[in-house]
Write a new protein. Structure first.
Length: 417
C-alpha cells in the first residue's frame, strides 16, 4: 500500500489527528495564559454543598463539570491536552449528528460541516471572560442529540425528546435549544417546550430573565475586568518565576502593572540593585503618569493602581516578593473582587493564607486553609501550612516567610492603604 492510497483511505483520520495536534500546540505555545487565568479565577471544592449549589441553577451540571476541568489548567500542558480532547470530541459528535441528519450527503461535504462546531468552540475559548461552561454544555447537548437521533421510531423519538428537553435545559442551560431540531416536523412543539422550560426556570432562581436567557454562567460579561493578553501572560510568567522571559518579551509594555513587573525582573536577574529597584518602583504619586510603576507614595501612604484581575494578581505577587504583606493582601482581595462572576479564587486564598501566617493572623489563616484543604491541587500545601498555624516557631523552616515576617515586624507600617 503506497502513501497516496494511505492518505486517501485515512484522510479524515489524519485530519482529526492534525486538529488535535494543532489545538494542543496552539494552547501550549501561543495562548497558555488564557486557561491559566481561568484557573486563577476559580475555587473548585470537593464537597456536597458546592456541587448542589451548582446543580440548583439551569446549566449547573455544565458549570460543575467545566469548573472541575478548569482546575486542571494550573498546568498549561494539562490545558492544552484537555482542549485537544474537547475539540476532537466536538468534531466526532458533530460528525455523528450530521450523518444522522443527512445520511445521503457526500462524506467529503459532511466532513467539512463537522469542522464548524470545533472552530466555533475554539473561538469561544479564546475569550477570557467566557468560562468552560458553554463548551461543556454544547458537548453534553450534542451527546444527548446523538442518543435521541439514534431512536428509529419517530413517535418514540418525539416522546423521548419532549422528556429530554426540560431535563437537558436544567443540566446544560440555553445550549439545550439545539435539541429542538431532533424532530424537525415537530419543531413548533419542541421550541414551545424549550421556551416554557426557560421562562419557568426564571421564577425558580434568583437571576433576571435576561441572565437566564443568555446562560447564568455562559458569559461573565467582564472583558475589561479580566485584563489584557499582555497582563495575563505577564502574570503567568511571574507565577513561573521566568524573569528573563519577562525582560525579553516586554521591551515596551503598555500596562503599568507589567512595567512594574519588568522593573522587578531586572532586580531579580541582577541588572539593578535594591536601591535602584526602590527608587524606580516607588515614585511620588504626582509622577504616576510619567513613570513605569503602579506603586506610588503620597507623603507616607502607599497608593496602588489596579485595573483588572490580571493586574491585581501581578501587583499582589510583586508586593509579596518584595516582602510587603499588607500591599500583597490588599491586591489579592482586589483581584478576587474583580472576578466578573463573583467567584472566589483558590490561588488568592493560598496567598491570603500565607500572608495571614506572616502577619500572625492565625485564626484567619486557619479559615483559608480549611477551605483550601477541599481543593485538588492546593490541599497538600494547606495541610503543610496547618502545622505553621499550630506551631508558629516552625516558620524558621521557611526562609522567605521568615524574612517577610521580620521585615513586617521591624518596619513602620506605611504600606496599608
Amino acid at each position: 500500500m503506497n502513501i497516496k492510497t494511505i492518505l486517501s483511505r485515512y484522510r479524515q483520520h489524519i485530519i482529526v489527528a492534525l486538529l488535535a495536534i494543532g489545538v494542543f500546540c496552539f494552547w501550549l505555545f501561543l495562548y497558555p495564559f488564557i486557561p491559566v487565568m481561568r484557573e486563577a479565577s476559580l475555587l473548585f471544592l470537593w464537597n456536597t454543598d458546592y456541587m448542589m449549589e451548582r446543580l440548583a441553577i439551569p446549566g449547573g451540571l455544565a458549570q460543575y463539570l467545566g469548573e472541575g476541568v478548569t482546575q486542571l489548567f494550573l498546568n498549561p500542558v494539562n490545558a492544552a491536552i484537555i482542549y485537544a480532547i474537547l475539540f476532537v470530541a466536538a468534531l466526532l459528535l458533530s460528525k455523528k449528528l450530521l450523518r444522522q441528519f443527512f445520511p445521503k450527503l457526500k462524506s467529503k461535504y459532511r466532513f467539512v460541516l463537522t469542522l464548524i462546531p470545533p472552530i466555533i468552540l475554539w473561538r469561544v475559548a479564546m475569550l477570557p471572560h467566557i468560562p468552560l461552561t458553554p463548551t461543556m454544555a454544547v458537548l453534553l447537548v450534542m451527546g444527548a442529540g446523538c442518543a435521541v437521533m439514534s431512536i428509529s421510531s419517530k413517535r418514540t423519538r418525539l416522546i423521548v425528546l419532549c422528556a429530554t428537553i426540560p431535563v437537558m435545559y436544567w443540566l446544560t442551560g440555553p445550549a439545550a435549544i439545539l435539541l429542538i431540531v431532533c424532530c424537525i416536523r415537530w419543531i413548533p412543539l419542541t421550541a414551545a417546550l424549550f421556551a416554557a422550560s426557560l421562562i419557568g426556570s426564571s421564577y425558580l432562581v434568583p437571576y433576571p430573565l435576561e441572565q437566564v436567557v443568555k446562560g447564568i454562567d455562559y458569559d461573565w460579561s467582564g472583558v475589561k475586568e479580566m485584563g489584557t493578553y499582555e497582563e495575563m501572560e505577564c502574570d503567568m510568567l511571574i507565577r513561573q518565576q521566568r524573569w528573563d522571559k519577562i525582560l525579553q518579551k516586554y521591551q515596551t509594555p503598555v500596562s503599568p502593572a507589567v512595567r512594574s513587573a519588568v522593573i522587578v525582573a531586572s532586580y531579580k536577574t541582577g541588572r539593578i540593585n535594591y536601591q535602584q529597584l526602590m527608587s524606580t518602583l516607588v515614585v511620588p504619586v504626582e509622577r504616576f503618569e510619567s513613570t513605569p510603576s503602579v506603586f506610588c507614595i503620597d507623603d507616607k501612604h502607599f497608593i496602588v493602581y489596579f485595573g483588572s484581575v490580571s493586574s491585581a494578581f501581578i501587583v499582589s505577587d510583586l508586593a509579596s516578593l518584595l516582602c510587603w504583606p499588607n500591599i500583597a493582601q490588599r491586591a489579592a482581595f482586589e483581584a478576587m473582587e474583580y472576578i466578573p462572576n463573583h467567584n472566589k479564587s483558590a490561588r488568592t486564598l493560598k496567598q491570603l493564607a500565607e500572608i495571614s501566617i506572616i502577619t500572625e493572623q492565625y485564626a484567619l489563616a486557619r479559615k483559608y486553609l480549611n477551605i483550601l484543604e477541599e481543593t485538588t491541587f492546593y490541599s497538600s500545601w494547606a495541610h503543610e501550612m496547618q502545622s505553621l498555624v499550630d506551631n508558629p516557631q516552625l516558620i524558621e523552616k521557611y526562609p522567605f516567610m521568615k524574612k517577610s515576617r521580620e521585615q513586617y515586624e521591624n518596619t513602620e507600617d506605611i504600606f496599608f492603604i
